[in-house]
Design a protein around this ligand. Structure first.
Ligand code: PGA
Length: 256
């Protein structure tokens, strides 16, 4: 599992201005100039800043660009949505199924799966977020919820997709709260996600899939989280918009 290069993704959400996103990207490029490429680093600014941030990142090979979402149809009369065809050639990654989208836009597991499949079709790697709510956790439904989300996703995916698709385990109650699960609880959920892949594709296939953790990751806890077996990296929200802290997180994840 851990021969895969660790992945560190920054989800900038709606935290910065257009100018602020370009500045944060430039700062990151500058700070990472002399870093080794032990981790795969992805930043996901807002749609409006993608072109400008892409321009900033073109001066560096260290940071890749991702989008925060995509629509589930390729084309058509969908005012305000962004299609995979518009992202193609601009980003190489895209987050889908973030709990904030599932909650605010009532996205279903099926819609999230359609998005992931479309991204794969266009050569963009999907980072698919799954996770249980606080209520589901209290009711002992974590396993059932994760199983549902992952099974719907994998039902549509050929084995070859597993080298491109990333599953991000993000317990909803840990997002933006400063609270993280106990390491054992986190590892158990993430191993379970891989086990579901293993049931469908066999052990070898499942080993190809990257499973990362998200939810209140910061420079103080990134090392412990990333060193858990079965954790291939982190998805960082709040702490990723501060370039210095994000760089510290990257260093913690690669163990320096
Ligand atoms: P957080 O967000 O790091 O601010 O908790 C993570 C996420 O929503 O992806």
């Amino acid at each position: 599992m851990n021969e895969r290069r660790p992945l560190v993704v920054g989800n900038w959400k709606m935290e910065l201005s257009h100018k602020g996103e370009a500045e944060a990207a430039a700062s990151l490029v500058k700070q990472l100039k002399t870093e080794s490429q032990e981790a795969e680093i992805v930043i996901c600014p807002s749609f409006v800043s993608l072109a400008e941030v892409a321009d900033v990142l073109s001066k560096s090979e260290k940071v890749a660009l991702g989008a925060q979402d995509v629509f589930w149809e390729e084309k058509g009369a969908y005012t305000g949505e962004v299609s995979v065809m518009q992202l193609r050639g601009v980003v190489s990654w895209c987050i889908v199924g973030h709990s904030e989208r599932r909650r605010l836009a009532a996205e279903t597991d099926e819609q999230v799966t359609r998005k992931a499949a479309l991204l794969m079709k266009y050569g963009i790697s999907p980072i698919v977020c799954v996770g249980e709510s606080a209520q589901e956790r209290e009711a002992g439904e974590t396993v059932a919820r994760l199983t549902q989300q992952v099974k719907v996703l994998l039902a549509e995916m050929p084995l070859s997709a597993l080298t491109k698709i990333v599953v991000a385990y993000e317990p909803i109650w840990a997002i933006g709260t400063g609270v993280t699960p106990e390491m054992a609880e986190m590892a158990e959920a993430m191993l379970m996600i891989r086990k579901l892949a293993s049931e469908r594709y066999g052990r070898e296939g499942a080993e190809k899939m990257q499973v990362i953790y998200g939810g209140s990751v910061n420079a103080s806890n990134a090392r412990e989280i990333a060193s858990e077996p079965g954790v291939d990296g982190v998805l960082v929200g709040g702490a990723s918009v501060r370039p210095m802290e994000f760089v510290r997180i990257i260093r913690e994840v690669i163990g320096r």
